[in-house]
Design a protein around this ligand. Sequence first.
Ligand SMILES: Nc1ncnc2c1ncn2[C@@H]1O[C@H](COP(=O)(O)OP(=O)(O)OP(=O)(O)O)[C@@H](O)[C@H]1O
Length: 264
Amino acid sequence: MTDAVLSFNDIRQEFPAPSGGPRVRVIDGIDLDVGGGKFVAVIGPSGCGKSTLLQMAAGLLAPTRGIVRHRGTVIDAVNREVGFVPQQAQLFPWKTLAENVELPLLLRGIAAAERRERVASALDAVGLAGFEQYFPNQLSGGMQKRGSIARTLVYRPDVILMDEPFGALDAQTRMVMQDDLQRQSRDAGATILFVTHDITEAVLLADNVAIMSQRPSTLLANIAIDLPRPRNVFEPFKNLGFDAAYDAVWSVFRSQIGIRQRTH
Ligand SMILES: Nc1ncnc2c1ncn2[C@@H]1O[C@H](COP(=O)(O)OP(=O)(O)OP(=O)(O)O)[C@@H](O)[C@H]1O
């Protein structure tokens, strides 16, 4: 037993083939520990099972083989202790921003006064104070994404699962959101499992970068990123040691994306 907050042990996942026939093996034996307060980024080729791993941690999907544990307890039902930030913001369009962020607290039976205080503080943390009464369609894509992060931060989950949360954003908004996230995750002391396709993002944000292979996927490497914090997400190359950390990840990852024949 490790002191990991989240642990994946010998995970295999198979799905029925849509057209019948043999089941499709997507994940083929993954072991991964996420320590308390750590930020672990997961990268891997499209379709290798990154989102599938997050779904298992959220208890939305049972592995075909192996065990996922949260603080040592086997996850065998929906895991309400974790927060999930999906690719799209998924705010309810008929509710205001404040009502959207308040929802998890309502579901947990938190009293009205505390709800108001926590919603205000979560919106403030993501730079959305003053937008409480806006509906999602009155907010930009980046603001909706911030709202979705606030809706997760507000109930102070022990673990936050993030599935390419900044993938759909423009480059500038994305950098600002990355910078905010590194501050918020430090302040909240949360444990974060973060799926991305972007090696630069992974290296800038993570304590460890876990690299998955093409499917059926295995874990190719789990690389510690020891760059000092806070990191400069606006000028990645100005972080001392960034080049070496990027190279360490890239040298493993490049074999997975079909560029073996290229010389650069
Ligand atoms: N419920 C399901 N039934 C059948 N196949 C599934 C199911 N869920 C996922 N898959 C398959 O498992 C594979 C992995 O899916 P997953 O979404 O985890 O990949 P990913 O690494 O997150 O991909 P991407 O980077 O493209 O988002 C895909 O080939 C997908 O078609």
